[in-house]
Design a binder for this molecule. Structure first.
Ligand code: FES
Length: 179
């Protein structure tokens, strides 16, 4: 009975007032979820379209000497804007020093050596290598110690292959399409 009296005036009991605020907030949150979920759900591609999915990316988001990691087909994708020194280092490496020999110019588009686009998973067991790390200034995989150079080529550690260059191309000077 006492509960009924207090409940009639929420301002009479701070704990009751808190309950009302929490209940109101929860109701508002529930409404937001109900509205937003169908939109998110529609954005989930079906399994078969996921395999074919391509993405576009604006290169102006990547400053010189930096990389941006985006997600593509459920994997990280490295988009790196190399400095002249990083390019020079990659170009000057003799093929005889490479475990998975590939020239630097086979790993970028003609006339645009600054842009590297690579699947960001280590070719050993699939960890994500860290940018700028390792003995060759490219990437370092912390899982078991693989070192990649500034072309994404494997140089040291257990990984057998270079970081994979996906199918990609320029749509304009500042926009690319991957996949
Ligand atoms: S997963 Fe990268 S070194 Fe093992």
């Amino acid at each position: 009975m006492a509960d009924t009296v207090v409940g009639a005036d929420p301002h009479a009991d701070p704990s009751r007032r808190d309950f009302i605020h929490i209940a109101a907030a929860a109701a508002a949150g529930g409404a937001a979820v109900a509205v937003v979920w169908p939109l998110i759900d529609q954005m989930n591609p079906a399994g078969d379209t996921l395999a074919l999915a391509s993405i576009e990316f604006d290169l102006t988001k990547v400053a010189e000497g930096q990389q941006v990691v985006i997600k593509w087909r459920g994997k990280p994708l490295f988009v790196r804007n190399r400095t002249a020194a990083e390019i020079q280092k990659a170009v000057a490496t003799p093929m005889s020093e490479l475990r998975d020999p590939q020239s630097d110019d086979a790993r970028h588009k003609p006339g645009k050596p600054q842009w590297l686009v690579l699947v960001g998973t280590c070719t050993h067991l699939g960890c994500v290598p860290t940018f700028g790390g390792g003995e060759y200034g490219g990437w370092f995989c912390p899982c078991h110690g693989s070192h990649y150079d500034t072309s994404g080529r494997i140089r040291k550690g257990p990984a057998p292959k270079n970081l994979v260059v996906p199918d990609w191309d320029f749509l304009s000077d500042t926009k690319i399409k991957v996949g």
